[in-house]
Design a protein around this ligand. Structure first.
Ligand code: FAD
Length: 467
C-alpha cells in the first residue's frame, strides 16, 4: 500500500476529489504543467491540463443560524446581463418566444435550467405533436403555421421526424435529439443570447412591475434585467414569484421511455405468444428511428411542485418500467428488446396556471368564439373540431406588469387545459408571447397597453395563422 505524504498538495488533491476544494483553497490549481493545448487525449488520465481561474467578485457570505433560524445575509446581486426580452424556460413555448422576439427586432435572452432546448418535448420525450390541424368542412386545415411549422419542416429535412404524411391525419412525431439540435440552430441563427444551466429563482419587482429575474447557477445568484419577461417555465415560476394570481393543480405525472430493438422482435413467436393469450405491457408507438418505440405513461395524480413527491415518482416509475421490460423480454419473440432510455425529465403535465386578464374557457373553445385580440388559432386532436382563437389577454397577468405567460401555464379553465398544454398550442402561444413582448419592449409600453394590431401584423409577417 502506498502511503500518501500529507503535503498541502496531497491534501488539496484528497479534498478536491471529495468536492471540498473550493471551501479551503483560495484558488483551484493544477498539480502538473498543462499539456499542449492541441493534445486531445484519446483516453482519459493522460495528465491534468487545467488552468487556474482567479476568483473574482465579492467573497460569498453563506447562510448562518441565528437564534435557531437559518438566515441569509442581505446581499447585492450582480447583474449578469440586460436585455429587451427575457424568456425564462426553453421548452416548446420558450424557444418560439425567443426566436419570434428576436426576429421582431428585440434584444433577447433565454434562460433554461437544463443544457438543451425543448423541455417536455425533448427532455420529457413527449415526441408526438398534437393539435397542428383543425376540421374545416370536409377538409383538414393546418393552424400550426409560422415558426413552429418552420421547425417541423427543418426536422423533416434532416429525417428528424415523421412529418407531413397525410397532413392532419397523423400527428408529427419527432426525434428528441434532432429536435434539440434544430432548436439550437434556429435560436443561434436568430441571435438570441442563451443561458443554459440557469434556474430562474425570483422576480425582480418595482411595485407591480417586473424588471428582471434572479437566477441560480454554479456561479451563484445573479440577475438579468429585462423590459419584458416571457414566463415559459411551464410551471409559472416567474409570474408566481412576481405575485400574479394563479391556480395550482395536481395532475397525472408519468415518465416516458423508449424501447430499442423493436425491429428484432420475432414476429412468428410473438404471434404465438399473443394467440396463447399472453398479455404484454405497453410496447409503445412509432418514432423516426425504425427500431425504437416511445411509451407514454399517464401515472398517478401528484403535486409537481413538491420535491418529495417528484423524487418518489422518479424512482417508482423507473421501477415499474423495468418490471414491464422484464415481462416483455420474458415473452417469446421479444427477448432482444431493451430499455433505450427513460426521459431525463419527469412528465409533469400541469402545475400553476395563470389566472389572467382573461380566462379562456372550454365552452368558448368548442364554439370557436372570436376575439379582437386573437394571437393564435388552436388545433385539435385528430383535427376533430373547428378552429378556436386564443386571445392575447389569456397570456397577461391581471395586475402584474411586464410578464407574459406562454405554453402550458396560460390562463384557461380546467376543462381547456388538456388542449392548451398540447405541444402545437405551446408552440403557438410561445410564438405569440415573443412577438408581443418585442413590440411592447420596442414601444416602451407595458405589455397590457401594447398595440395589438401591431402584434398581429408582426405575427402574420412571421407566418402565423390568426384566422
Ligand atoms: C407524459 C406526457 C405526455 C404528453 N403527451 C403529449 C402528446 O402526446 N402530444 C402533445 O402534443 N402533448 C403532450 N403532452 C403535453 C406537452 O408535452 C407539454 O404540455 C408541452 O411540451 C409543454 O411545453 P412548454 O414549453 O409549455 O413547457 P415545458 O416543456 O415544461 O418547458 C418549460 C421549460 O422551462 C424550463 N424551466 C422550468 N422552470 C424553470 C426555471 N425556474 N428556470 C429556468 N428554466 C426553467 C424547463 O426545463 C423546460 O425546458 C404530454 C405531456 C406529458 C407530461
Amino acid at each position: 500500500m502506498t502511503r500518501l505524504a500529507l503535503t498541502r498538495r496531497n491534501l488539496m488533491k484528497v479534498l478536491g476529489a471529495a468536492g471540498f476544494g473550493a471551501a479551503v483553497a483560495s484558488t483551484v490549481r493544477s498539480d502538473r504543467p498543462a499539456l499542449a493545448a492541441a493534445a486531445a487525449p484519446a483516453t482519459e488520465g493522460l495528465g491534468f491540463a487545467g488552468k487556474v481561474i482567479p476568483h473574482t467578485g465579492a467573497p460569498h457570505v453563506p447562510a448562518t443560524i441565528v437564534g435557531g433560524k437559518i438566515v441569509e445575509p442581505q446581499r447585492t446581486i450582480p447583474t449578469m446581463h440586460e436585455t429587451d426580452v427575457l424568456v425564462v424556460g426553453g421548452g416548446s413555448a420558450g424557444v418560439m418566444a425567443a426566436i419570434a422576439a428576436k426576429r421582431a427586432g428585440a434584444k433577447v435572452a433565454i434562460l433554461e435550467r437544463y443544457g438543451y432546448f425543448g423541455g417536455l418535448w425533448t427532455g420529457g420525450m413527449v415526441l408526438v405533436v398534437i393539435g397542428t390541424h383543425v376540421k374545416d368542412g370536409n377538409e383538414k386545415k393546418k393552424v400550426l403555421c409560422g415558426i413552429g411549422d418552420e421547425l417541423l419542416e427543418r426536422l423533416k429535412k434532416i429525417d428528424g421526424g415523421i412529418i407531413g404524411q397525410a397532413a392532419g391525419s397523423h400527428n408529427p412525431t419527432v426525434d428528441p435529439e434532432a429536435t434539440k439540435y434544430v432548436m439550437d440552430e434556429m435560436v443561434r441563427e436568430a441571435g438570441v443570447d442563451v443561458f443554459f444551466h440557469c434556474w430562474g429563482a425570483d422576480a425582480i419587482m418595482d411595485g407591480k412591475a417586473a424588471r428582471g429575474v434572479v437566477f441560480e447557477s454554479k456561479a451563484g445568484r445573479q440577475a438579468i434585467l429585462a423590459k419584458v419577461i416571457v414566463d415559459a417555465s411551464g410551471d409559472g415560476d416567474v409570474f408566481a414569484a412576481a405575485g400574479a394570481d394563479y391556480t395550482q393543480w395536481t395532475y397525472a405525472i408519468g415518465t416516458v421511455h423508449r424501447h430499442g430493438n423493436m425491429d428484432r422482435v420475432d414476429k412468428e413467436k410473438a404471434k404465438e405468444a399473443k394467440d396463447s393469450g399472453r398479455k404484454l405491457p405497453p410496447l409503445g408507438g412509432v418514432t423516426p428511428i425504425p427500431s425504437v418505440t416511445w411509451v407514454n405513461t399517464r401515472g398517478p395524480k401528484g403535486d409537481a411542485l413538491d420535491i418529495r413527491e417528484l423524487s418518489k415518482l422518479e424512482m417508482d416509475h423507473r421501477r415499474k418500467i423495468w418490471e414491464n421490460l422484464k415481462t416483455i423480454r420474458e415473452t417469446p419473440g421479444y427477448e432482444k428488446v431493451f430499455m433505450l432510455d427513460t426521459a431525463p425529465q419527469l412528465g409533469v403535465r400541469i402545475t400553476r396556471v395563470l389566472a389572467g386578464a382573461y380566462t379562456l374557457t372550454y365552452k368558448e373553445m368548442r364554439e370557436g368564439k372570436k376575439f379582437p385580440d386573437v394571437i393564435a388559432v388552436g388545433g385539435a386532436q385528430g383535427a376533430n373540431h373547428r378552429e378556436w382563437p386564443i386571445p392575447y389577454a389569456a397570456l397577461l397577468p391581471k395586475e402584474i406588469d411586464n410578464v407574459l405567460a406562454a405554453g402550458r401555464c396560460i390562463s384557461v379553465d380546467d376543462k381547456l387545459l388538456d388542449d392548451t398544454r398540447l405541444i402545437a398550442a405551446c408552440l403557438l402561444t410561445g410564438h405569440a408571447a415573443g412577438a408581443a413582448a418585442a413590440v411592447a419592449a420596442q414601444a416602451g409600453c407595458r405589455p397590457r397597453d401594447v398595440d395589438i394590431a401591431k402584434v398581429q401584423k408582426v405575427l402574420r409577417e412571421q407566418g402565423a395563422y390568426l384566422g
